[in-house]
Design a protein around this ligand. Structure first.
Ligand SMILES: [Zn+2]
Length: 369
């Protein structure tokens, strides 16, 4: 079977104490939308299990795990002004991390070619030592670390949630074996994700941030993929591509100000599957992060499912490059181009960030039409 997926009612039982955008109805909408699109016929369900302490401990501190295991099970409360827990949140958080990890290692082993983890709570804001921004455990980081432990030499995490994944970035900031790439609204919550945050020490260059101002949409985001993410990924040659797949950059989302469409999500997934097919043996796992308009979330995920579910390149009649189903041909706005240029400038010296031969240098500019 080409596609493995995670979907379980334990993720519906993570309930806020009152009205909150990160609510159980999100997963119900995802479940109903994807089942209507034939998920159960198109993929193989992977059972959930609780992540073990040693698996979480690859990215979270022992003190944080001890505190969480003491305060969460069976109780309700708040870990910060945004981040709640309910009586079954502990089980949901352990299952989200454990199931995403299992799906990731199953893709690494070749049991599935692609994976889709439909989990909550989300994870990418969770730091090594604290919960944050609706996130309890960092599911993407736990899965990337599990892939490394299972023998992957290099793992890429592409974060297309509208918010910067501060937790994932910080956990791997000095690690050259995990490439973290994020496109997000900037400046915006959580405040991190500037172009000059590029990693540190041995990990210098392995963190790549494109921060787009509010109002940007598919054209600017896909411009970041074409100019930055795809070249950086091809250069890095990961053994596995993980996607921190939030859907809150959608134009209908109530929490943020980017203006993506379902077609944009499809086009991002196309590009990353193309990269995975080129350099990672097809291995790609997308896991759910944010996305707070129920209709936009469900429809965008159906588009992503369509891409992940597609046969491998050997089964296709022809295969030209990452731009099939490419999305809009509009030129990115001046602000979108400037954001990409800031990222390229911060990474100058990396082979993928050099200006193409014959183009103008960084100090020069083309006359505006
Ligand atoms: Zn988000």
């Amino acid at each position: 079977m080409a596609l493995g997926y995670v979907l379980d009612d334990v993720f519906v039982r993570h309930r806020p104490p009152g009205p909150h955008p990160e609510r159980p109805e999100r997963l119900v909408a995802v479940r109903d939308g994807l089942r209507a699109a034939g998920l159960e016929q198109r993929g193989h369900l992977v059972a959930v299990r609780a992540a073990r302490e040693e698996e979480l401990g690859r990215v979270h501190t022992a003190a944080y795990l001890a505190d969480m295991s003491r305060y969460l099970p069976g109780k309700s409360g708040w870990l910060d002004p945004d981040t709640y827990f309910g009586p079954e949140s502990w089980d949901a958080a352990l299952a989200a991390a454990g199931a995403t990890l299992d799906l990731t290692t199953a893709v690494l082993d070749g049991r599935f070619r692609r994976g889709l983890a439909l989990v909550r709570p989300p994870g990418h804001h969770a730091e090594a030592d604290r919960a944050m921004g609706f996130c309890l455990f960092n599911n993407a980081a736990v899965s990337a670390a599990a892939a490394r432990a299972a023998g992957a030499a290099r793992v890429a995490v592409v974060d297309w949630d509208v918010h910067h994944g501060n937790g994932t970035q910080n956990i791997f900031y000095d690690d050259p074996t995990v490439l973290y790439l994020s496109v997000h609204q900037y400046p915006f919550y959580p405040g991190t994700g500037a172009a000059d945050e590029i990693g540190a020490g041995a990990g210098r260059g392995a963190t790549v941030n494109v921060g787009l101002p509010a109002g940007c949409g598919d054209t600017e985001v896909l411009g970041a993929f074409d100019r930055v993410f795809v070249p950086a990924l091809m250069d890095f040659r990961p053994d596995l591509v993980l996607i921190s797949a939030g859907f809150d950059a959608h134009r209908a989302d109530p929490l943020a100000g980017l203006r993506m469409t379902e077609a944009g999500y499809r086009a991002m997934a196309e590009r990353l599957c193309w990269v995975a097919d080129q350099v990672a043996g097809g291995r790609l796992v997308a896991l759910l992060e944010g996305g707070y308009d129920l209709g936009a979330l469900s429809r965008s995920l159906v588009e992503v499912l369509d891409v992940l579910d597609r046969p491998g390149p050997r089964d296709r009649r022809h295969h030209d490059g990452p731009r099939e189903d490419a999305g809009p041909d509009d030129q990115p706005s001046r602000e979108g181009r400037a954001a990409v240029e800031r990222t390229l400038a911060a990474h100058r010296g990396q082979p993928w960030a050099e200006p193409p031969p014959g183009s103008l240098g960084p100090g020069e500019s083309r006359p505006e039409a």
